[in-house]
Write a protein that binds this ligand. Structure first.
Ligand SMILES: [Zn+2]
Length: 462
């Protein structure tokens, strides 16, 4: 027997609570009528959502007429955002879990470099398309693809012809477009193998010749991206892969252009030790001292960042992107989330190496690692003390802000990017409007997500 959604709710979270939102001059092309809609951090009943021809939300209003899409037994929530992904690394899924002895991070990196060396544009396309398609199935509608494998170069180590340079860019752009996911392609600058050491082996495929080459390529990517669903952001891979003077100039130019800027920061202790030896400062300290960091900046991981540096960073309005399943898989360590939350810093999540694609699980583990580490509960809560709602906001609006896409909320004017939750799924049995977000994140998996919409284009599993 299928469980029934509860019908009599006394929370006051009914349609009268939120006034209708209607954009002037926009005529909805679709009127969508699910049983419930996630608006302003809670579930509302009896709302119809209008979508205009540009794939944006044109209206959210009480149901007053026929719909073009009736979705009984479903809740409409913003689509999840993975703010940090390396799509091709899905090719390592299950392949790095056999150990001769207890290993560590850099042994995994050798396996990743071996995959990089056998990557062709076709294989890059296939792996990326599989990853993006699986993201959509799991409810992820936008991805920040941190793209650093660029050149399809001959195995003899020569530079190769010009048309092989950046050959992988077209593979990733086409894979995202064909899969139907929204993507910010995070164009990565990678100049050196470590502090003051040249690129070697597979790293040649990541190479940025100089800053002029970087921005030339950036402009070409902007020109070739699909205008409706693709944008380009800037990144320096890490303080070990780009000299700090170049990072400073790249970041200043990204601010001038108004685009987002991402970096890996302090994922492993060795990066901190090497940076201390090269600069006498920790990576985050160095970045805070040299860059005018603002809300467009995202630092990925911050696993070993000190409380003092994290508080300084959070107060700039910038985002920390956590990747709990990847950090767990690689044995990186645990970020000091309590300090970020105390400093009112933003948090996003990333599926990173894509060994598993499950946004509810990523969000659940942001909270669970803190519980296990500190023997407490409720590290991530909103103003009402609601952990599930706070995690849902991390997985949607905060992620969207991190990668610079105008989505992540169901509000008029935002992009119509949604995930659809099947309220009759076995894992949702006994949900209530008050427990919905926590029920979904702590109790359900990707199987309760039965569809997505990207810019008004629906994919619904029947
Ligand atoms: Zn990464």
């Amino acid at each position: 027997m299928l469980p029934s959604p509860p019908m009599n709710h006394s929370s006051g979270a009914g349609p009268s609570h939120v006034p209708p939102q209607v954009a002037r001059g926009e005529r909805p092309q679709q009127i969508v009528h699910p049983d419930w809609v996630w608006v302003d951090g809670r579930l509302e009943r009896g709302r119809a959502v209008g979508i205009d021809a540009q794939g944006r939300i044109a209206s959210i209003a009480p149901i007053s007429g026929p719909s073009t899409l009736r979705l009984p037994g479903k809740a409409l929530i913003p689509g999840f955002v993975s703010a940090h992904s390396h799509a091709f690394q899905r090719g390592l899924r299950g392949a790095t879990e056999r150990f001769a002895a207890a290993g560590e991070f850099f042994r995994w990196r050798e396996a990743m470099y071996a995959l990089v060396e056998r990557l062709t544009p076709d294989l890059c396309y296939e792996l990326s398309r599989e990853t993006f398609a699986e993201m959509l199935t799991s409810g992820i509608t936008s991805v920040g693809e941190f793209h650093y494998v660029r050149h399809h170069l001959p195995k003899d180590g020569s530079e190769g012809s010009e048309d092989l340079r950046y050959a992988f860019d077209a593979s990733v752009l086409a894979a995202a477009k064909d899969a139907g996911i929204r993507m910010t392609l995070l164009h990565t600058c990678y100049m050196q193998g470590g502090f003051g050491t040249p690129l070697a082996g597979g790293q040649i495929r990541f190479r940025t010749r100089d800053e002029r080459d970087y921005w030339d390529r950036f402009d070409r990517l902007v020109a070739s991206a699909h205008p409706a669903t693709q944008a380009i952001g800037a990144t320096a891979h890490s303080v070990r892969a780009v000299p700090i003077d170049a990072i400073q100039r790249l970041h200043a130019e990204s601010v001038r252009r108004g685009c987002v800027f991402h970096m890996h920061v302090e994922e492993v202790r060795k990066e901190i030790e090497d940076c201390m030896a090269a600069h006498g400062k920790r990576p985050m300290q160095l970045l805070l001292d040299r860059l005018a960091i603002d809300r467009r900046f995202t630092a990925v991981h911050c696993t070993h960042t000190s409380a003092e540096d994290l508080a300084r960073f959070a107060q700039t309005g910038a985002t920390v992107c956590l990747c709990p399943l990847t950090e767990g898989n690689l044995g990186d360590g645990i970020c000091d989330v309590a300090t970020i939350r105390r400093s009112r810093g933003a948090i996003a999540f990333g599926s990173d190496l894509n060994s598993r694609l499950a946004p509810t699980e990523e969000l659940r583990w942001i909270e669970y690692v803190q519980r296990v580490r500190h023997e407490m509960r409720g590290a991530v809560i909103d103003a009402n003390g609601d952990c599930g709602a706070a995690l849902l906001s991390i997985g949607t609006s905060e992620g969207a802000r991190s990668i610079g896409v105008d989505a992540g909320e169901i509000a008029v004017g935002k992009l119509a990017d949604f995930a659809l939750v099947d309220l009759q799924h076995a894992t949702m049995l006994n949900w209530t409007p008050e427990t919905f977000a926590s029920h979904l994140i702590f109790g359900a998996g990707t199987s309760a997500v039965c569809g997505v919409c990207v810019g008004g284009a629906w994919r619904i599993r029947r």
